[in-house]
Design a protein around this ligand. Sequence first.
Ligand SMILES: [Zn+2]
Length: 145
Amino acid sequence: MEKKQFEECKRRLLEEKAKILERYLAKEETQQRLEEESKEPRDWEDIGQMTYTEELLDNLSQIEINTLKEIDYALKKIEAGTYGICESCGEEIAYERLCAIPWTRHCARCAEEVEKESGTYLPSYGFEPMITEDIEIEREDLGES
Ligand SMILES: [Zn+2]
């Protein structure tokens, strides 16, 4: 993947994370805090490093929580240098696919396999997140669904 494409994927991941977190912030009527923060330009790196509290997770849907987890997982993979590589076959995931689902873990071909096996593949949100231990979530029962 070209560096420029890589940067674009990262930006989209952070943007999506910010969107979800802002939806929560709006719900919680923490507008004042937002106003204070908006005096300074929003820093994507800060958003990347934001962690979740139990309170926040209570206010998000399961889909949003899963998406947040997948986004953080993808961001960790960017740091680790393994982003954009299919977890099943090790091939590079097509850039078009990463544009559509920047947090996807599998190439289109392997995603189809997953779908066949589980019968419930959701193109937008992928499948059950397999990792819980290295994501900074302070709630223990999130893994159950
Ligand atoms: Zn694959």
